[in-house]
Design a protein. Structure first.
Lengths: 310, 258
């Protein structure tokens, strides 16, 4: 089941995304009395009771055509967003790195068809996309061993971890990670797909296009610390509530700068397509394409660096 | 509201019974509520302080932003970003247990002034920082030794455990605060005695609020922990009892637990 928030006739409401439109489910969840921003976390909290009525609505209710609604961020205001740092092998032959995460600004969430607004600051001076698989939690969680990870993962969504950088691939502000928390730097959506629809989150293809140019193109089976370990690590440290998010990190081989006017499309198989645009009031231009600088992990860049150093 | 006689219950004036939403309504509607609050304080029963339990002064902040460079290092080099976002669910109030993570025996307690935001606040000039402030509260952070400028052993999680900060005991509004942060001090008591330290200065609030509001929109009820001064930081272990004093705000007392 794909849960969405959508705007139809100026009224944000919950729905189920079907192949031929959106099924409104406000009536199914009306007794819960949730505010729109809190709708999907409330559905998660009550999903055992709501599952059958939601499936019945999906099967029988009238669809609203997709082209007449605006999909919103399904989780517009999570209490907590944790993001894994790096977390992909990227063809490297090395020992695994320690798992690390940072806290991302929950106010930075935007939804489908919204706009990433690049800050006017010149330090940091470049802003890059990082396409990620995101886990959506059912809480409250306590410490959850890796073999019980499915107990607390309600579903999945797409997340773009927009990141400000200084020089090369280095995130702005060592140990701060604040460069990933500017307003609008967390596109999320288009839906929350329930966990039963994804047999293995470590076998999903993630792609991101920038104005039609393929940038990220990787499988989640390349994760350095896989989903069960991410769940165990995070829940051992903090309590997560329903609707909280853990983003699984990105494969940096496809990093690239975001620039004014570009259209960004992220897809993850089984989840859907998240599309946003970019606005930069300063109209800055960076070299278009995948980042291929000295610290790029892109395979072609690594091979080129190897040839140069020989 | 805390008065000289005790506590006055403001709940009858508010539209919600959810603690953080109550605080945010008090912040957002402060001007409209001021007469009603004054009236309530004149007419309603006052509960003696000894008869109530104070919770965390900001029970569920939307964001907790922490200045990561302690003074005087922050004063000497202010190249941003010198702040990070802390896990918001980790706060406890006065007289609570401040739980240390498993296996951690030797941590530092950092007494800090925290700003309670009145928002939305975005791109606030340094000289207008008071526009974004509702009030001030005490903030006790938990840090690994040697981590005032960065994480120990490459661990970025050094400041964000569950229940890893204490906040309170009250919020003193900006109208009442005088010199924010002046007189901040910390006592830590364990079996070997009491260690006391005081913060010799005040954090650069204009610079802090101007920078953070240039990165993100600050909302009502968000917290900014303004960083400690190295002179006021004290080591602690499970069993240590800490008392943070912030003049005008009161005394925040917690016990470190394993």
């Amino acid at each position: 089941m794909k849960l969405v928030l959508f705007d139809h006739d100026g009224q944000p409401q919950p729905g189920v995304l079907a192949d031929d439109g959106v099924v409104p489910v406000s009536e199914v969840v009306s007794e819960l009395g949730c505010a729109p921003h809190d709708c999907i976390p409330t559905i998660i909290d009550n999903f055992n009771e709501l599952r059958e009525p939601l499936l019945a609505a999906e099967a029988n209710a009238t669809r609203i055509p997709l082209d007449t609604v605006a999909l919103l961020a399904p989780l517009p205001r999570p209490r907590t967003i944790l993001c894994a740092i790096a977390n992909y092998w990227e063809h490297a032959q090395r020992e695994p790195r320690p798992l690390r995460m940072y806290v991302k600004n929950p106010d930075s969430v935007i939804g489908p068809e919204a706009t990433i607004e690049l800050p006017e600051t010149t330090d940091p001076w470049v802003f890059m996309h990082e396409a990620e698989l995101a886990l959506v939690f059912r809480g409250p969680t306590g410490p959850t061993p890796s073999d019980r990870w499915r107990d607390v993962v309600f579903g999945y969504t797409c997340l773009i971890d927009v990141s400000a950088r200084g020089h090369g691939r280095t995130s702005w502000g060592e140990f701060s990670w604040l460069g990933k928390s500017f307003d609008t730097f967390c596109p999320v959506g288009p839906c929350v797909v329930t966990a039963d629809e994804i047999p293995d989150p470590n076998d999903l293809h993630v792609r991101l296009w920038d104005d039609g140019q393929l940038r990220h193109d990787y499988n989640t089976n390349d994760m350095e610390h896989r989903v069960p370990e991410l769940v165990a690590w995070a829940t051992a440290r903090v309590s997560l509530r329903s609707g909280d998010i853990v983003a699984c990190g990105t494969n940096h081989e496809g990093l690239g700068p975001l620039q004014h006017g570009e259209r960004i499309v992220q897809t993850i198989e089984g989840i859907g397509s998240l599309q946003v645009t970019v606005r930069d009031d300063r109209r800055r231009r960076w070299g278009r394409g995948v980042y291929m600088g000295p610290d790029s992990t892109n395979r072609a860049a690594v091979e080129r660096q190897g040839e140069v150093s020989q | 509201m805390v008065t000289d006689a005790g506590i006055v219950d403001l709940a009858p004036l508010l539209d919600t019974d959810e603690p953080q939403a109550m605080l945010e309504q008090l912040i957002d509607d402060r001007d409209q509520l001021s007469d009603a609050i004054a009236s309530l304080c004149r007419t309603d029963p006052v509960h003696p302080l000894a008869s109530v339990a104070l919770g965390a002064s900001v029970p569920a902040p939307g964001k907790v932003l922490c200045v990561m460079r302690n003074r005087p290092a922050l004063d000497e080099s202010s190249s941003p970003p010198w702040a990070y976002l802390k896990y918001t669910g980790g706060g406890v109030g006065t007289e609570a247990g401040l739980q240390f993570p498993p296996g951690e025996r030797n941590l530092r307690l950092e007494p800090e002034l925290a700003v309670v935001i009145r928002g939305p606040a975005r791109d606030i000039p340094a000289d207008a920082w008071r526009d974004a402030v509702f009030g001030y509260t005490g903030f006790l952070d938990v840090v690994r030794p040697g981590s005032s400028l960065g994480p120990a052993e490459g661990d970025d999680w050094w400041k964000s455990w569950d229940t890893a900060f204490a906040v309170g005991p009250t919020i003193v509004t900006d109208l009442d605060a005088g010199e924010p942060g002046a007189g901040l001090s910390l006592d830590v008591t364990d079996a070997s005695g009491t260690v006391s330290a005081a913060d010799p200065g005040q954090p650069p609030l204009g610079e802090i609020i101007a920078f953070l509001s240039s990165v993100m929109t600050l909302r009502s009820g968000d917290l900014i922990a303004c960083g400690a001064h190295e002179a006021a930081v004290i080591a602690a272990a499970p069993g240590s009892r800490a008392q943070l004093r912030l003049p005008g705000c009161g005394s925040l007392q917690v016990e470190a637990t394993a």
